[in-house]
Design a protein around this ligand. Structure first.
Ligand SMILES: [Zn+2]
Length: 207
């Protein structure tokens, strides 16, 4: 699992989703334990031995890497807020520019509505005939402060079908039942972010 997560971080770096040490990833190791990437290091350079093992319920570090300079990801609390409310085996945190720009398209109630893309079928339960709604939160000064807002948004019925939370000026958290589904959802959502931003700018040009 550690090798797989490192491979994904390199792929996500190449796509511009986790550049500048930003972003993160976690995956369930057991029911009680999560593998968590370290904070503030280039994500494409994370090695299998650099992962923390944290308690899935309270985020306590259970096993730390031998490199004592490493700190657990700032995403710890947000990842657990997602896993507490969704059947998620893995969560990815993206700092992609497309996610930031898509967050700018949120309505005043803090939701992004996406429709009219075949790629919506790539989301579990997704359909190209329905409007897909994603919650968009305001950013906070510390990443851990986002956890309460993520929990509140994911308890709203209108976001039942969402596998993603956007944070304005910051990025996205995307999850799936396991690492394979999380990767697919990450690819689909980044396509959709590009899609909604591209369509909006074309509309501006054609006006
Ligand atoms: Zn972040």
């Amino acid at each position: 699992m550690r090798d797989r997560l490192c491979g994904l971080l390199r792929t996500f770096y190449a796509r511009g989703w986790v550049s500048g040490t930003g972003g993160g990833i976690c995956a369930r190791l057991t029911d009680r334990e999560l593998l968590l990437a370290p904070s503030a290091v280039p994500k494409e350079q994370v090695r299998p031995r650099d992962f923390f093992v944290v308690d899935a319920r309270d985020g306590r570090v259970l096993r730390r890497p031998s490199d004592r300079a490493l700190r657990p990801s700032e995403c710890n609390a947000v990842f657990r807020a997602v896993m507490a409310r969704r059947e998620a085996g893995s969560v990815v945190h993206s700092h992609a520019l497309s996610a930031v720009l898509a967050g700018d398209l949120a309505d005043p109630d803090g939701r992004l509505s996406i429709a009219g893309f075949e790629m919506l079928k790539g989301l579990r339960g997704g359909s190209n005939r329905e409007v897909h709604r994603v919650p968009v939160l305001e950013n906070t000064s510390e990443e851990s402060e986002l956890a309460a807002g993520v929990g509140r948004a994911l308890s709203l019925p209108e976001f039942e079908a969402a596998h993603c939370v956007l944070v304005r000026d910051h990025g996205a958290y995307i999850w799936g039942r396991d690492v394979t589904e999380t990767t697919r959802h990450a690819e689909v959502y980044h396509f959709l972010f590009d899609g909604v931003v591209g369509r909006r700018s074309l509309r501006g040009v054609n006006r």
